[in-house]
Ligand binder design. Structure first.
Ligand code: HPA
Length: 277
């Protein structure tokens, strides 16, 4: 058997032994949504380290566990702490949790992150619905022998972020009175923030936000046929766009400041998405 698939199935068996819960929506929590667990009626949690062979996240402020439970009656699985490529894991490990959540039963992947704004119309603290992505600067997680059990060799990417789900996010934000920007997310490897000219490059390429996650997970989920939506918290403007140097603390502070409305929007959207599944 393909080694990547074998590892995935081993993790899946390990989860199944411990948890009997079928989520419909999978949620990956980025910076600022770390305590979204408080908004979930928790049925069970599973620390990543309890899953045999699972890549364990090392970023400060990121907990490493799955939360299983209900958001207003909708069964969800939530990753509290994601795995980043810059931590040194192979890309196939970075997307393993995403694949695992699909195997658990999730049909929808709801991605969240903190990102730098490269669009001059954005401000720190804005929320941005991801409409498309640029992943050309990271290794594609599908490189290697194709795992036919998961998806096709050359998956179509014409609509990674589902049109219907985007409409739901737009409407949910409107109903809540939450301002929602829209744009393209570009993933770089990190962990260093961009130089001013890299930020300029991102803008010239058509990106609105830049970050160090998400696009890789979206590729793996799209490969498996999941419906995907995503929201970035614009925690700062890209390097060189303001006079301030960037720090992880600033990213966290801004993310924490808008966490309230971010959580509200995510919860509302989950309920509305579930209605159309
Ligand atoms: N660049 C890359 N990743 C980020 C940023 C940024 O400015 N802010 C939060 N994550």
């Amino acid at each position: 058997m393909n080694q990547v698939y074998e590892k995935l199935m081993k993790c899946y068996e390990s989860v199944k032994e411990k948890i009997d819960f079928k989520p419909e929506i999978a949620l990956i929590l980025g910076s600022g949504l770390g305590d979204y667990g408080d908004s979930i009626q928790i049925e069970a949690t599973l620390d990543y380290k309890e899953i045999e062979g699972f890549p364990v996240s090392t970023v400060k402020g990121h907990k490493g566990r799955f939360i299983f439970g209900y958001v207003d009656g909708v069964p969800v699985v939530c990753m509290q702490g994601r795995v980043h490529y810059y931590e040194g894991y192979p890309m196939t490990d970075v997307v393993l949790p995403t694949r695992l959540m699909k195997l658990m039963g999730a049909k929808v992947l709801f991605l969240t992150n903190a990102a730098g704004g490269v669009n001059y119309n954005f401000s720190a603290g804005d929320l941005m619905m991801i409409t498309d992505q640029i992943a050309s600067f990271i290794p594609n997680p599908l490189i290697g022998e194709n795992i036919e059990e998961l998806g096709t060799r050359f998956p179509d990417m014409s609509e990674i972020y589902d049109k219907e789900l985007r409409e739901v996010l737009r409407k949910s934000a409107e109903e809540l009175g939450v301002k929602l920007q829209e744009g393209t997310y570009l993933q770089l490897t990190g962990p260093s923030f961009e130089s001013p000219h890299e930020v300029r490059m991102c803008r010239i390429l058509g990106a609105d936000a830049v970050g160090m996650s998400t696009a890789n997970e979206a590729i793996a989920a799209n490969h498996m046929g999941m419906k995907i939506c995503g929201i970035s918290c614009i925690s700062n403007l890209g390097c060189g766009m303001s006079d301030e140097p960037l720090s992880h603390e600033e990213v966290q502070e801004t993310a924490d400041r808008v966490a309230g409305q971010f959580k509200e929007l995510v919860s509302r959207a989950i309920v509305e998405i579930h209605k159309i599944l």
